[in-house]
Design a protein around this ligand. Structure first.
Ligand SMILES: Nc1ncnc2c1ncn2[C@@H]1O[C@H](COP(=O)(O)OP(=O)(O)O)[C@@H](O)[C@H]1O
Ligand SMILES: Cc1ncc(C[n+]2csc(CCOP(=O)(O)OP(=O)(O)O)c2C)c(N)n1
Ligand SMILES: [Mg+2]
Ligand SMILES: [Mg+2]
Ligand SMILES: [Mg+2]
Length: 321
């Protein structure tokens, strides 16, 4: 399958979003809008973000789009479009490439998204780079800088499972946890949840890609606030606790790639948040509070005392000088 045959095969037969003016097939994509537009991009590199030794390309495609949908969710927007830039090594078969697109389409269907473009080139290392767009009602952007004194901190889902799944895949033991592997391969970004909270006048959101130790610090810095997290309240699945009792706590804080939402709201908005979570059958846990501070920081409180939580998530380019 050469470049143009691939493009023919992946060109959508129809578009879900009525605002598409020109989709795949011309020099660029055109859409029409009266709302604010959110625009995000994330890149996945083979052997950094995924390995085909442990993951089929269907899951690679799904996860690459999930990382982008998760950022659209973290802005409070409704996902709409995505484009895909591929650098492919010669060992990718036609089936691998089609499965990659099928994986993306599986998640795109759930979020009513359209594939609207991309680029395809051969190269010496595989890279899957996705750009995604979402719609946002004016003034309903959900920023990291919007945490306020007295807010409560919440998180969706459970944390650390994706890291547990990665462990199962990379260093398999005698038995494997299908639950953890599934959580790693097919995470569920909470876009419908976030976009459905437009009744709230203020909401601070960040998505969990590097681990909440990192994302909580991003909120603290952007908002100029002190975040207090209660260690015992951080939601960890029974499966992770049972299989990795020694690592579960650490992975919940800095394992990353859970693609859940971490946020803060005024205490009076707790009930609206819980109601929305119930409607969508999403687990929602309140894990701390926000206080005013001259020094932005994250404190982790537990029965053993209080420590400063450093931003220990996944950071690229560290090896450079
Ligand atoms: N190479 C780059 N060029 C321009 N902007 C970048 C680059 N890398 C990251 N950014 C911007 O920096 C901000 C933080 O990026 P990042 O940490 O990757 O966020 P996230 O974890 O949500 O994906 C975003 O606004 C992103 O668009
Ligand atoms: C083969 C493999 N090794 C390691 C990881 C773990 N890993 C890779 S990138 C990353 C953090 C998130 O990626 P990043 O590029 O920082 O995304 P962003 O923060 O921009 O959303 C993690 C935990 C993985 N998923 N697969
Ligand atoms: Mg990013
Ligand atoms: Mg993000
Ligand atoms: Mg990152």
């Amino acid at each position: 399958m050469e470049e143009f045959e691939l493009i023919r095969k992946i060109t959508p037969a129809y578009y879900r979003q009525p605002s598409v003016v020109k989709g795949v097939g011309d020099d660029a994509f055109v859409f029409r809008s009266s709302e604010d537009i959110v625009f995000t991009t994330d890149t996945m590199v083979e052997e950094v973000h995924f390995s085909r030794k442990t993951m089929d390309t269907h899951a690679v495609g799904y996860r690459a789009l999930a990382a982008n949908v998760s950022d659209l969710a973290a802005m409070g927007s409704r996902p709409a479009f995505y484009s895909v830039s591929l650098v492919l090594t010669p060992d990718w078969t036609d089936e691998d490439i089609i499965a990659l697109y099928d994986g993306m389409e599986q998640l795109a269907g759930k979020h009513n998204m359209d594939l609207v473009g991309g680029d395809t080139v051969s190269g010496s290392q595989t890279v899957v780079a996705i750009t995604a767009h979402g719609y946002l009602p004016p003034d309903k952007g959900r920023y990291r800088s919007d945490a306020a004194d007295g807010d409560v901190i919440f998180v969706t889902g459970t944390l650390g499972d994706s890291r547990g799944g990665l462990e199962e895949l990379m260093n398999p033991g005698e038995s494997v946890s299908d639950y953890l592997i599934e959580r790693h391969r097919y995470p569920e970004p909470k876009a419908a949840f976030a976009a459905g909270l437009t009744s709230l006048s203020r909401l601070c959101l960040n998505d969990v890609s590097d681990g909440i130790a990192s994302e909580a610090n991003e909120i603290a810095t952007a908002s100029g606030m002190r975040l207090h997290l209660q260690k015992e309240k951080i939601p960890v699945s029974e499966e992770l606790k049972t299989r990795y009792p020694d690592q579960a706590g650490e992975w919940a804080l800095s394992g990353g790639e859970d693609f859940e939402l971490l946020g803060t709201v005024a205490p009076g908005d707790k009930e609206a948040l819980l109601e929305r979570a119930r409607e969508l059958d999403i687990r929602l846990t309140f894990i701390g509070t926000v206080s005013d501070s001259n020094l932005p920081e994250v404190l982790l409180h537990s029965s053993h005392g209080t420590e400063t939580l450093q931003s220990t998530g996944y950071t690229h380019l560290k090896e450079r000088r």
